[in-house]
Design a protein around this ligand. Structure first.
Ligand SMILES: Cc1cc2nc3c(=O)[nH]c(=O)nc-3n(C[C@H](O)[C@H](O)[C@H](O)COP(=O)(O)OP(=O)(O)OC[C@H]3O[C@@H](n4cnc5c(N)ncnc54)[C@H](O)[C@@H]3O)c2cc1C
Length: 410
């Protein structure tokens, strides 16, 4: 289905044909992609399986090249207002005694004063507000089948709707249904990194304020993140698990038991955290893993964000990759009328950036989740040495891509 509309994609050789695009997923990536595709003249529909944009989750980072994406979207001032600016990151030993206390940037390698850390829900709200009046959103629905046999993509939805689109773009996260439907089962592309994690909100019983406290024993990490000085903190329980716990991934009760068992006998605040995890109504549990695919498109379907190249939270770059990936895919589609050429250009331009950022994972694991006593000792020595360093420099991977310009629309 190629419709005619008033605004053609910028740089698309003066054509006025409008592409119809279905985006699966209204998360960070889906909303950013919707924004840029709409700006370049596409007719955009977004389908989201939740009833509204999903908030919740640990604070996320927007760094380097991704800050330029949000600046070009005009939402940088709102994100600066939402910036959390945690003051301290304190690491503790098994008995709760202090190992080192640093600025968060010294460990993660951010560019102070430029990079952003915001509540994930604040980011999705701001992104959604930037597009909600201009596009069609289908909440509480999802793609059931995709048929590319004809010249377009015929889509049936779980609700029973049937529609036809020029392109379908999967921005439906780490466990992407679009990827499963077009490229095959997740096991082919998921690289398990040997850990599981649980995130939830709990009462701020320690009176923490704008700080993060991380407790470790070999193979176990517990962390409390006080975004402000309010009554709640974000809690993380992560642990070593060489193989993915298949049963626990399917059964919410089993995953709570699994987390509790992993932290048996732990000291510090951990028993209270485990109790809070059992009662939490916002528990987010997953394995720590990356998505690695040989190609990100097939026919008229392409993947973007975590669905195509999730780097895992150990890199702290999932959101930044999603924002940059959305921009680069929309840009390629604006420049190339032929979707095959556009998808190839997107992949060519983005792959080196993705590879550099996925490679940050080893450093993240060594810092946040050391598995052996020796690795934990090494990590603690590294942290004590970092205390003496006044400030860290930004990681080259964060800024390794220069964004091409979107030609302004008439
Ligand atoms: C509720 C939630 C909490 C999170 N918490 C954290 C966190 O604490 N720390 C962290 O590092 N990362 C977290 N993440 C992941 C983080 O947001 C992403 O790594 C990053 O922002 C990349 O975004 P994405 O848009 O590619 O994927 P996601 O942010 O995962 O967004 C995917 C979107 O697609 C939707 N979706 C999934 N399946 C379908 C389907 N079949 N049909 C339609 N829609 C679908 C989801 O509901 C979601 O809105 C969380 C994600 C979610 C959804």
């Amino acid at each position: 289905m190629t419709r005619t509309g008033p605004a053609g994609p910028s740089g698309a050789a003066g054509t006025t044909a409008r592409r119809s695009v279905l985006i699966s997923g209204a998360g960070v990536c889906g909303a950013a992609l919707a924004y840029w595709l709409h700006r370049s003249g596409c007719a955009v529909t977004v389908v989201e399986k939740a009833g509204a944009p999903r908030d919740g989750g640990y604070p996320i980072d927007i760094r380097g090249t991704a800050t330029e994406v949000v600046r070009r979207m005009g939402i940088l001032p709102r994100l600066r207002d939402a910036h959390l600016d945690a003051r301290r990151l304190t690491f503790l030993d098994a008995d709760g005694s202090e190992v080192a206390s640093l600025t968060p940037g010294a460990v993660a390698g951010g560019a102070e004063g430029q990079d952003l850390e915001v509540r994930r829900g604040d980011l999705t709200t701001i992104l959604h507000a930037a597009v909600r009046d201009d596009l069609e959103f289908l909440f509480d629905d999802s793609i059931d089948t995709l048929d590319q046999a004809g010249p377009e993509v015929d889509v049936t939805f779980r609700s029973g709707r049937r529609r036809t689109f020029d392109l379908v773009l999967g921005a439906d996260g780490m466990h992407s249904h679009t990827r499963q439907a077009v490229f095959g089962p997740e096991e082919r592309f998921h690289r398990h990194l040997g850990y599981c994690f649980a995130l939830f909100t709990m009462a701020n019983t320690r009176g923490l304020a704008r700080e993060v406290v991380v407790w470790n024993t070999p193979g176990r990490t517990a962390a409390l993140y006080a975004a402000g000085d309010g009554d709640d903190v974000h809690a993380l329980l992560a642990f070593h698990r060489p193989r993915p716990p298949v049963a626990a991934l399917r059964d919410p009760g089993a995953r709570r038991d699994l987390v509790a068992a992993a932290f048996t006998g732990a000291g510090w605040e951990v028993p209270g955290m485990v109790g809070a995890m059992r009662d939490a109504d916002d528990l987010f549990f997953d394995t720590v893993g990356q998505i690695r695919m040989p190609h990100w498109s097939s026919g008229r379907v392409a993947l973007v964000g975590d669905a195509a190249y999730a780097p895992s939270f150990l890199t702290g770059q999932g959101t930044s990759l999603a924002l940059v990936g959305a921009y680069m895919l929309a840009h390629a589609l604006a420049v190339h009328r032929d979707h095959t050429a556009a998808f190839a250009a997107y992949e060519r331009a983005l792959r080196p950036f993705v590879a550099m950022n996925q490679a940050l994972v080893d450093n993240g694991a060594a810092t946040l989740l050391p598995v052996t006593a020796r690795a934990l000792d090494r990590r603690n020595t590294m942290l004590r040495n970092l205390v003496a360093v006044p400030s860290a420099t930004a990681r080259p991977a964060h800024t390794a891509l220069t964004l091409p310009e979107f030609t302004p629309l008439p």
